[in-house]
Design a protein around this ligand. Structure first.
Ligand SMILES: Nc1ncnc2c1ncn2[C@@H]1O[C@H](COP(=O)(O)OP(=O)(O)OP(=O)(O)O)[C@@H](O)[C@H]1O
Ligand SMILES: Nc1ncnc2c1ncn2[C@@H]1O[C@H](COP(=O)(O)OP(=O)(O)OP(=O)(O)O)[C@@H](O)[C@H]1O
Ligand SMILES: [Mg+2]
Ligand SMILES: [Mg+2]
Lengths: 251, 251
């Protein structure tokens, strides 16, 4: 059955989307069947792979008004597919608040897909609201992208507390697959302090792969391509390739 | 009466908090009486000025369970004060959803302060949810921090649409004070493309001050100091000083 990974961090701009799309792309290059799900109304994951956000997508998936062949789109990478987000998803976070079992919509919706895919990667918005909770309940593991900055460090304890309460009350199988340092610049003292402090505290739950700050990673989405197609020789690509190896080893 | 400025952008990590605290600090240095309001449950604005997040703050402000002297804290900068956010604010976004006139809580709560301050600066979370809507309704102008990256550009039209619908339905006085380019790195082609495209479209609603990427800005919050106290000679400080001049000229 599929391994379901959710990318979560309420701090904004830490590399959730960039990590979901590029880890997904390298897992697909290794021959894994990978499904990306864009559960952020911003739709950045969808545009990272050039998906059509006018088609039915994540919103129609959770309210059952579309079939799987209607919501699943191909991407430019073999073995990599995507369920895009569209503007309807914005309304879902208000609609879901009042629904019964509101945290289980995504989990129920992806159950039929579990046998067909090797990996399902879920991108979330920068909040601990109902869309992210759905992602944490649907997944069996969470990757926490962590920008090597002070505010990102501050938010980590709130995030870990939320993950623990989801594990206790809503999803016993959820585990932290790892903390992923992103936009790391070895020349800055702050980045080295953050890496040292977090590694001491979280030990083996920190990925040994560290994603450097690399402008090619921020250019790729404007071409609708993951980094393995946009610039496979750059440092950012090498780092996500190494991460994909590490994730498959942790299976 | 106070000029009320809200810092809004649903894209995460674009410099909302960094801009609110540092613009506020330089307006205070010019002798303006400035009140910062942290309306983001992450509490990054509060920690940027070393505020005590165990005290009553923004949540107690909107539900009327605290007096002004209980919620207003001093900061290390003369003339600069803050109403901090605390963990209670996380619950507010769920509580407010079901309340009557849910977008007007902050506007009503700050009315008694209008005569005592020259500027009230409101920081919002990375979403277009109920907390940001309260900020847009309470303010008379909005500053849109815009990271010079592709995803930030994508989200701009959704944000401008939201501002226009708030102007039409909830707050006729709301205007866009300006778009502020942040984390600008003149060496990258992408940054120059974003600046060119946005300046062509928004013309005079773009600030001439551009905030460069400058590591000193990301170090300052770990010391609980705005940049005018942490490193007043760095490029980031000079850029926010220039922005403060531009904002006071637009009065
Ligand atoms: N390693 C990196 N080096 C340089 N730029 C990066 C890197 N990772 C991400 N970026 C850029 O930084 C910005 C933030 O990254 P991204 O959008 O992936 O973060 P996010 O956590 O998904 O944001 P949000 O909280 O808004 O969903 C984007 O413009 C992205 O292109
Ligand atoms: N001009 C700059 N140069 C370098 N780093 C910056 C700059 N502006 C902000 N930063 C850093 O980038 C990160 C994102 O900035 P900030 O937290 O202010 O954005 P935000 O929009 O408030 O984020 P969120 O969406 O999570 O509220 C922070 O770690 C901050 O210290
Ligand atoms: Mg994202
Ligand atoms: Mg912020």
């Amino acid at each position: 059955a599929a391994r379901k990974i959710v990318f979560a961090n309420q701090k904004g701009g830490v590399g959730k989307t960039t990590s979901a799309v590029n880890l997904g792309a390298y897992l697909a290059e290794y021959g894994k069947q990978v499904l990306l799900i864009d559960f952020d109304p911003q739709g950045n994951l969808s545009s990272s792979v050039g998906a059509d956000s006018m088609k039915r997508g994540a919103y129609e998936l959770i309210n059952g008004t579309a079939t799987s062949s209607e919501v699943i789109q191909k991407t430019p990478v073999n073995n990599l597919y995507v369920i895009a987000s569209n503007i309807n998803l914005t309304g879902a976070s208000i609609e879901l608040i009042e629904a019964e079992k509101r945290e289980f919509f995504l989990k129920r919706a992806i159950q039929p897909y579990e046998q067909t895919w090797d990996y399902i990667c879920i991108d979330c918005p920068p909040s601990l609201g109902i869309l992210t909770l759905n992602g944490l309940v649907a997944a069996d593991s969470v990757i926490i992208p962590l920008q090597c900055e002070y505010f990102a460090l501050e938010g980590l304890s709130m995030l870990v507390r939320t993950v623990k309460s989801v594990q206790r009350e809503l999803n016993k199988q959820l585990s932290i697959l790892g903390i992923l340092f992103t936009m790391y610049d070895s020349r800055t003292r702050l980045a080295n302090e953050v890496v040292r402090d977090v590694s001491e505290y979280f030990r083996d739950r920190v990925f040994s792969s560290v994603i450097p700050r690399n402008v090619r990673l921020s250019e790729a989405p404007s071409h609708g391509l993951p980094i393995n197609l946009y610039d496979p020789k750059c440092q950012g690509a090498a780092a996500y390739m190494k991460l994909a190896e590490e994730v498959t080893r942790r299976e």
